[in-house]
Every structure is written in structure tokens, then in C-alpha cells.
Design a protein around this ligand. Sequence first.
Ligand code: NAD
Length: 297
Amino acid sequence: MPAPPVAVVGLGQLGGSLAAALAAAGRPVSGWDVDPAAREAAAARGVAITRELSGVVVLAVPLPAMATALDGLVVDPAATVTDLGSVKRPVLEALSPALGSRFVGGHPMCGTERSGHEAVDPELFRGARWAVCLEAGTELPRWLRVAEVALAVGAEVVPATAAEHDDAVAAISAVPHLLAAALAAAAADAGPLALSLAAGSFGSGTRVIGSDPAFVTAMVEGNAAPTEQALARVRAQLDRPWPELVAAGHAAVTRRPGRRAVRVPLERSALLALGRSGGAVTRRLAAFVEGWVPDPA
Ligand SMILES: NC(=O)c1ccc[n+]([C@@H]2O[C@H](COP(=O)([O-])OP(=O)(O)OC[C@H]3O[C@@H](n4cnc5c(N)ncnc54)[C@H](O)[C@@H]3O)[C@@H](O)[C@H]2O)c1
């Protein structure tokens, strides 16, 4: 069966990169953006600009615009709708009343602190993890259609529920952004000498807070309770004796488990178990997906 067309709403960094990657791979891809400059840039990369959307419709707009992004657009009633938003529960709650099981949430774990169509990179998704949400009511054929788009641009698919996703990204995305903000603000308070001496470790620890403040605010406020819990875990870590804390952090980031290849049946609980184990899907076969799980040995 030929892969369905993909239509991307929001042709900025993430959406423009996805549309460009699919167009470069020879896939039919269309899209829409409220900004004429983003539309022009996408058209120059081979994206058909239209308000009529079908196949897999990808919402790549800022989080506050998700609920209304399809207003004024014509969406094929058979289309599967997904999104690239950095939090999943609020988007699911906003879109499922209208879309029901036609909506399958997603979140590619990539992107830079830049934004807009000038930041488009067709290679952005290669090697990235891409969470594709499997709720109790998700239709597996639609989940597979969304997963196939992620695989087509070189990402690895991580099955997770929206709630599991939001808890996980609070720890590895929301908290790093808040810590980067705190580090930067505290260094600014320390004075000009500190800032003039700032080099590699300060740059690595603060890079992400160079992102658009509206993007970061929407991400942390949209995931407030899990972010509070993840911050509480960081505060508890900071109360440990420093040698113990340094050793624990070092061990966590230098541990490099191998990968063990697995085949998983196309079934919700097996796919979610793969995601929970830290593994990912790399290929779809007839009745299975192929992927890997971490192998500590
Ligand atoms: N930037 C990242 O690192 C990153 C990573 C993963 C996921 N995301 C998510 O991806 C989504 C897009 O982020 P981005 O970084 O590409 O943002 P961006 O600002 O680069 O692009 C957003 C685009 O959406 C357009 N837009 C806004 N409202 C619209 C509407 N109603 N209809 C059509 N177009 C509209 C804007 O004109 C812009 O071109 C967000 O939901 C974000 O949470 C971002």
C-alpha cells in the first residue's frame, strides 16, 4: 500500500524541517502556515501550499495554537491527525473532543534553540527518538501511519501514553530548561567578571535557555505538575553530599548500555512495554515491528 500523503500545519523549525525531509525523500507533502514567509520558504523546498489537508495531518504550531490550528482549514474526514507538541496531555485534551480516535499525539525529541522557517533542517530528525502516543482508544492502524512518517525521516519511534510521555519529558526537557534559566540568571547576579570568564561548562549548561521564551514557558506551564515533581527530585539531589552527588551524576551519564534487537507484535501492551524499557521501534514489518531494547550486558 503506498504511504499516505502528509500535510503539515506550521512550517517553522519543526514542521518546515519535517515537510522538507519528506519532500526531499520524494513523498507527496503539502502544508500551511499563517506566515506568508514560512509558506514561501516551504514552497521553495517542494511543499505544496494548500488549506486542503489529507492523509497524515501534522500540527507543528506553537502549543497555545494547537487547539485552533485546524480552524479555517479543510481536513479530509478520513485523515489521521498528529502533532509535534512538546507536551502531550494538554494537546490530547484539546483535540480529542473534536477528533476522537483520529488523533494520535507525537513528539520528536529534537530541535534547536532557533525557531522559524530560517531554522529548517531536513536532517533534524535523523537518529532522534520520536514519541508516538498510544492511548487506550488509539486505533493501531492510525498509530502505525504516524509512526511510519517518523521512521521515513530517520527517527526511532518510542511508544508511550501521553501521561507517561509528560512525566518523562518533565525530567529531561522541562527541568533542564528551568535549570539553564536559573544558572544564567544566577551568573548574571554574580556580576560582569563571572560572565566574562564563562566558558564551556556555563555554555553547555545554559544553551537551551537561548530558545524563544514563549516556547519554553508554554512547555513548562503546559506540564506543570510533572515538572514540579521532577524539580523536587533535583532539589533532593542537591541536598546530597557533593562527592556522592557528583559520582551519581557521572555514573548516570557515562553508563552506555548496548542495544539488543527485538521484534514486537503489533499490539498496544507489547509496544508500550518496549517504550517503558527504554527501547524504540526502527522498522515496521507485516505483523511485527522491529526495534531494540537497552542491553546492560
Ligand atoms: N523547537 C524545539 O526544539 C521543539 C522540539 C520538539 C517539539 N517542538 C514543538 O513543535 C511545535 C513547533 O515548534 P517550532 O520550534 O517549529 O516553532 P516555530 O516557531 O519554529 O514554528 C511554528 C510555526 O507555526 C506557525 N503558526 C503559528 N500559528 C499557526 C496557525 N494557527 N496555523 C498555521 N501556522 C501557524 C508559525 O508562523 C511558525 O511558522 C511546538 O508545538 C513545539 O512545542 C519544538
